[in-house]
Design a protein around this ligand. Structure first.
Ligand code: ATP
Ligand code: MG
Length: 573
């Protein structure tokens, strides 16, 4: 299992557990402030909450806006343990203040001002400027995400970022807030993905406000409408997410676009600085500091290609669809970022897409292509740094043009492991795809049942949404199973193979219809379902109690298909 790729910092443990904010303050390290540029127009106090253009610099000092009357909802016990945080820390008044947005009284040397970053947007390989209210791209970036801390904890560098932390210059006139519903989804999903062994940003804590609400478009009960059909008033929340950095492909693009257009005298220097920063934060274990910038760029492209292809193959392995895989939602460290209109598959559908506004671009089995489009934008940005040096341009081009093949290999390896085989069998796989679509199969239940190495197709029928099978299709399933059995690794005992497959095919995934009651109850101040889901979904490969099995290992009820807010969403807020 792997989480976020290692940062290469020596794995030094904290000398003692972190019980107070003062203990945490001793570990802070804002070294990026020495190497990156601050926006020159900003003032040091960070009271900079109105939308405006940010023309240069890598970050803008921003003071987060606290939520009123913060109330604890959840924290990740797993991440707390990894960081060496005592569980009692989460309820201490100074921790609650800080991670609900009030950093005005944090202990020295913690910064009393946070920061937000600008980034560009490309959708499916096309540069966009329209989403910026000024039409220039200078007003787009972290509109509601404010980082508040960087620290080296247990030998790893972590950045902590409030999502929903109030307006920043990039807010585009919006409120800078996140609602409780979407914050619960993101909070649970990040830790679930980590437990599934998929690289991701992590969840630290989640606080809601006891008294502040905002209006958001949403669906009326049982609505089949594609877009929300009403406005609702929702509680707001701040969740804190944690990663080695939050640099996005879009961020590298922003500086490359400025350099390409020679927008100001430091544009090229700022591009180089952000790329070196990315390498330092996310790739220092594989890229030697002493190499030339060109050599570093080549290694970076190669390693990011490797991480991104692995990431997307992993998404497909666990049935995850990111939903809005634009370049600004694509972390340059190669992990999952932005759990907005994401979804876990119930019914297997290659075109499954939880975000009703995206068409097929970001649909389930198109994610490798969407990733390639983001990689193309990353490549285009990096090219700007190679100073027309042919040798390096050729190498970079080769990495770019090899993306599809590397992706295909990773996909084949992934399917091979899901099927418990040692080599990829195209014919067997294509027939399975056909049958899964034809029979309307539940993706998670099917692969988990297959992991039991059933003697006939009866056990697999548990995963079929189709209750009556066409005779011809039934015969094809039987034939398929016989062929599959003839190909599985006979050197292994049935038990060994089954255990191996169960480590690849999760039993429990965070389906949207599990999340809906959890956030609805939370709106009534009942957080028990959040706790229950947290427990179950951080052990997704384990066999759990019969009660949990009956409740969470099952097909999606038919009446929930095509219902707005359950089967699709139109925005993430
Ligand atoms: N309520 C809001 N107030 C201000 N800015 C917002 C708000 N909602 C979204 N944004 C900004 O709009 C852009 C696009 O939104 P998107 O849904 O991709 O992001 P998000 O879920 O807020 O962000 P992230 O990618 O940081 O997880 C982002 O730059 C985001 O910061
Ligand atoms: Mg986003």
């Amino acid at each position: 299992m792997e989480g976020i790729p290692k940062t290469g910092i020596e794995n030094k443990q904290n000398s003692k557990s972190i019980e107070t904010l003062n203990d945490l303050a001793k570990l802070v390290d804002y070294s990026f402030m020495n190497t990156l540029n601050k926006d020159l127009q900003s003032t040091a106090d960070g009271i900079d909450h109105n939308p405006r253009q940010v023309f240069s610099g890598h970050y803008v000092p921003v003071k987060p806006t606290p939520i009123k009357n913060p109330k604890y909802i959840a924290h990740s016990k797993n991440l707390f343990k990894e960081l060496g945080f005592a569980n009692s820390l989460v309820k201490s008044p100074d921790f609650v203040s800080m991670f609900s947005g009030d950093i005005s009284n944090v202990p020295e040397p913690m910064s009393k001002v946070g920061w937000a970053c600008g980034y560009a947007l490309s959708i499916y390989g096309n540069e966009y400027y329209q989403q910026c209210p000024f039409g220039t791209g200078n007003g787009y970036g972290d509109g509601r995400a404010v980082s508040v801390l960087e620290a080296v904890i247990n030998g790893k560098r972590w950045e902590m970022q409030l999502k929903g932390g109030g307006r920043t210059p990039y807010c585009r006139g919006a409120d800078g807030r996140a609602v409780l519903r979407s914050s619960i989804r993101e909070f649970l999903a990040q830790e679930h993905m980590h437990s599934l062994g998929v690289a991701t940003s992590r969840s630290l804590s989640l606080f809601t406000s006891n008294s502040e609400k905002v209006d958001r478009p949403w669906y009326s009960h049982g609505s089949h409408s594609k877009d929300p059909d009403m406005m609702i008033s929702e509680d707001i929340a701040i969740s804190t997410r944690v990663a080695p950095s939050f640099i996005r492909v879009g961020q590298i693009e922003l500086f490359a676009r400025r350099a390409r257009k020679n927008e100001h005298s430091k544009a090229m220097e700022e591009l180089e600085k952000i790329v070196l920063h990315l390498i330092e934060r996310e790739y220092s274990d594989v890229i030697d500091e002493k190499l030339s910038i060109e050599e570093k760029v080549i290694l970076l492209a190669n390693e990011f290609r490797s991480r991104l292809t692995k990431l997307v193959a992993n998404w497909i392995r666990v049935g995850f669809c990111q939903g809005n895989f634009n370049s600004d939602n694509c972390a340059a460290g190669g992990y999952t970022l932005d759990y907005g209109p994401f979804g876990f598959l119930d019914l297997f559908d290659p075109y499954y897409q939880p975000w009703s506004s995206s068409g097929d671009h970001f649909s389930f089995l198109n994610q490798p292509i969407a990733a390639e489009q983001n990689f193309h934008m990353f490549y285009t940005a990096l090219k700007t740094l190679l100073n027309s040096k042919e040798k390096y341009l050729d190498e970079l081009e080769e990495i770019r043009s090899g993306f599809a093949e590397v992706m295909q290999n990773k996909m084949e390896m992934m399917w091979t492991s899901k099927l418990g085989l040692s080599t990829f069998d195209k014919e067997l796989f294509n027939e399975l795809l056909f049958l899964m679509v034809k029979t309307s199969v539940d993706y998670t239940v099917f692969f988990r049942e297959l992991s039991n190495i059933p003697k006939d197709i009866n056990a697999l029928k548990k995963s079929f949404y189709e209750s009556v099978l066409d005779k011809k299709i039934e015969k094809r399933w039987e034939k398929w199973l016989i062929k599959w059995k003839s190909l599985i690794d006979t050197a292994k005992t049935k038990e060994d193979l089954s255990s191996q497959m169960k480590l690849v095919n999760p039993k429990y995934t965070l389906r949207e219809w599990f999340l809906v009651p959890a956030y609805l109850h939370a709106q009534e101040e009942d957080y028990s379902l959040i706790e229950e889901l947290q427990e179950i979904m951080t052990n997704p490969y384990s066999e759990q109690s019969d009660e949990i099995n009956n409740k969470y290992y099952k097909l999606k009820p038919l009446e929930l298909f095509e219902v707005g807010g359950i089967s699709h969403v139109s925005c993430s807020s």
